[in-house]
Ligand binder design. Sequence first.
Ligand code: PMP
Length: 406
Amino acid sequence: MSAAASSFRAAARLDRIKPSPSTAAAARVRALKAEGRRILDLTVGEPDFDTPEHVKQAAIAAIEAGETKYTAVNGTPRLREAIRGSLRRTHGIEYADAEITVGGGGKQVIFLALMATLDVGDEVLIPAPYWVSYPDMVRANDGTPVIVATSAEGGYKLTADALESAITARTTWVILNSPGNPSGAIYTEQELAALADVLRRHPAVSVLSDEIYSEISFTGAPAPSLAAVAPDLRHRVLVVSGVSKSYAMTGWRLGYAAGDPALIGAINTLQSQTSSCPSSISQAAAAAALEGPQDFIADSVPRYAERRDAAVAGIGAIDGLLPVVPDGAFYLYVDCAGIIGRTAPDGRILSDDQDVTLYLLDLAGVAVIQGSAYGQSPFFRISFATDLRTIAEAVEGIAEAVRALR
Ligand code: PMP
């Protein structure tokens, strides 16, 4: 029997978005590995560490205690309390219970926040380089992403002037991501205060503050939050975070948001009609992570810092490559303008960062992600959430590949 032809017809919304480029890179790496090639994979956006033991035990205990049913849409009271405690600890902000909600990862919470607020043509300001998902999440929810360029001199951060000139009557959100993926840039309190001055002149603009990497900071303190720096704007700032990165819990799918109770309520309404709530077991695990001992963060951040230093030193020594030194998160964004236009031994010309990425993969067996995915070229992103040995080998491979260029 022959298979029936598919009559699938996608909604117009699907034409506006594409699958995540990191997922595409992962597929290419898998294909090469299947051919038997050894690939050093520096594409992954997740910690290589295991979830802390006490967190796993909390999940097991939750299963055994029968915490295996739907929870409240906005999460268990215990988890909301743990989130409030975490925000108090890291930022000194006191949130009310009704100002907190949870979801299946920070990603889902951001998606629902956009769905809850965007109408056709509403604009969302996204400083580049940006996390790959923001523009497509905006498009999927009928909004218009407005990309705002940043500069090396400005540390790849949105300046007050750039914000002021990008705001229009349609601007609904500005997205701030600090520490940033892929730049690792952290906004200082002064920089946030300058942005707050602009925002005070534009009362219709809200800020989606993606703080998922806030505790993976090499400055000695968590990245500051606009909600704490400008308490008068707090109701206009949606703080989004989660346990994926800080506690090595990417697979548990648990994120959260804190902000205006009306917005939180709208997110809850959407959640009640989509997932109902995140996994009860993951909620118990996340509560344990947030309210339990914090030594996992204290132990892992210096290890990330050591890896960062190794990657920065190694890449910085390669002629033609310029690493952006990150203050947080676990990515190194590398300016590769110095090798664009050069010719590879097989005769191909590296005309953009996509070519550079493919060349590094083919010649050195090193997988990185092209800057075009993050809205800023020519760059590539290295993830240093991997061991020092892999980083050293990858740097050596990249150095050799770059030396082979004419
Ligand atoms: N924001 C940024 C900037 C990220 O890099 C990620 C994960 N790649 C997320 C949000 C979402 O993380 P999660 O859904 O696992 O909480």
